[in-house]
Structure formats: C-alpha cells, structure tokens
Design a protein around this ligand. Structure first.
Ligand code: TYD
Length: 139
C-alpha cells in the first residue's frame, strides 16, 4: 500500500480503421473485481476534485476524454500522473491521498472501484490520513 503499488496499466486496445476499442475485465486487466463505476464530467474550469483518501478502496482512473493530472500521496512520497489516453488506467491502491487537478475543459474522468460507495471508507482530513498512513507503515 505504497506509491510503488500505484502504476499506469496499459489496457487492451483493438485498433481498426473504424475506430479503437478498449475493454477492462475485473481481476484480469486490473487487480480487483469491479463493484462500482462513477465518472466526473462538466467540471468547471479551475475546479479540482478528489482531496481525499480511502482506507480500503482500490481504484482505476481512466481519462475517457480530455486530460487531467492525478497527484498521489502515500504520506511519504508524492507522484503526479498526467492522464490523457483512454487506453491507460492509473491503478490507485488503498491508503492513498489523491487530488485531481488541471482538468481540461470537456474532460470525462472514469473511476472503476473495488467496492460500493461508503463514506466510512473516506479520509476527508489530510492530517487524519497522515497519522493513519503512519500507523499502517509501522504495523
Ligand atoms: P467525492 O468522492 O467527494 O468526489 P470528489 O472527491 O471528486 O470531489 O463525492 C462527491 C459527492 O458524491 C459526495 O457527497 C459523495 C457522493 N458520491 C456518491 O454518492 N456515490 C459515489 O459513488 C461517489 C464517488 C460519490
């Protein structure tokens, strides 16, 4: 559950003259079964999303359209991923604080998640996240 576990996954892409097709199978192309899909769209210029962490949730973030940056922070290191292709997914492990910034106009951000929505899984407070991440590191 550190930044080293978070990575860009190269998704399958079927390219044909009539267009491209990408597919994602839970447990096959990504290391979890998909229980939920949500997407962010119509994001006003300058707005940022995220600014939270998850205790147990695993996620795959895909730029369905447009571009944005995902900033991941495991409490020790920070890494920025620029997302602008629909055939790349960013795997986000549990215990990661994440911000989504530089969201282009018209961007559609799709998130595949390993579990249903529950507010109990969120860290909304960065300091609370930092102390929990420290405990996990020293467990
Ligand atoms: P949130 O995860 O805080 O979005 P972001 O971090 O991108 O700003 O979610 C915003 C609101 O939407 C919050 O009130 C919770 C609600 N929500 C759901 O009801 N179900 C979901 O699957 C998600 C992701 C959010």
């Amino acid at each position: 559950m550190s930044l080293r576990d978070c990575r860009i996954i190269d998704l399958p892409k079927i390219s044909e003259p009539r267009g491209n097709l990408t597919f994602i199978e839970g447990g096959v192309h990504i290391p979890f079964d998909i229980k939920r899909v949500y997407y962010l769209y119509d994001v006003p210029g300058g707005a940022e999303r995220g600014a939270h962490g998850h205790r147990n949730l695993q996620q795959l973030i895909v730029a369905m359209s447009g571009s944005f940056d995902v900033v991941l922070d495991d409490g020790v290191s920070v890494n920025r991923f620029h997302m602008n292709r629909s055939y790349y997914g960013l795997y986000v492990s549990p215990m990661m604080w994440r911000d989504i910034t530089n969201i282009s106009s018209g961007a559609v951000i799709m998130v595949l998640a390993s579990d249903f929505y529950t507010e109990d899984d969120y860290f909304r407070d960065y300091d609370e996240f930092l102390s929990a991440a420290k405990k996990v590191r020293h467990a």
